[in-house]
Write a protein of this length. Structure first.
Length: 126
């Protein structure tokens, strides 16, 4: 039984799910807009919002040691220096006055042709 199990497993092991979310988050940060399956987009939301919150905290922080700490926490979740640099220098300051809800998920009207998967566009809120 699946009592109190809130996350989707996507028929993958824990390591594969972690790699999936890292890959989707990296693509979203670098491209700022991606198209993926609707369920993957919904599962990606908490992961990406945690990263943006770390970048936002670092932008508001005065202490350099704490800024470095937030950056290292983000690197542990998303081990890509290029994506983390863009997250902390561009995306974090953009959401300085926003208290959550950093991404928008828009459902596509037509399913994917090959397997009829419901698609969604994931993008940052302006």
């Amino acid at each position: 039984m699946r009592h109190r199990v809130k996350k989707k497993h996507f028929d993958r092991t824990k390591e594969q799910r972690k790699a999936l979310f890292r890959s989707l988050a990296r693509a979203l940060i670098l491209e700022e807009r991606i198209t993926t399956g609707e369920q993957k987009a919904k599962a990606l939301r908490p992961f990406i919002e945690r990263l943006i919150t770390l970048a936002k905290k670092a932008h508001q922080e005065q202490d350099e040691v704490k800024k470095l700490h937030y950056r290292r926490q983000a690197l542990s979740l998303l081990p890509d220096k290029e994506a983390v640099a863009k997250l902390f220098e561009d995306i974090g300051p953009r959401f300085e006055n926003r208290n959550g809800g950093y991404i928008r998920i828009v459902k596509m009207p037509m399913p994917r042709r090959g397997d009829s998967a419901e698609l969604a566009i994931v993008e940052f809120v302006e």
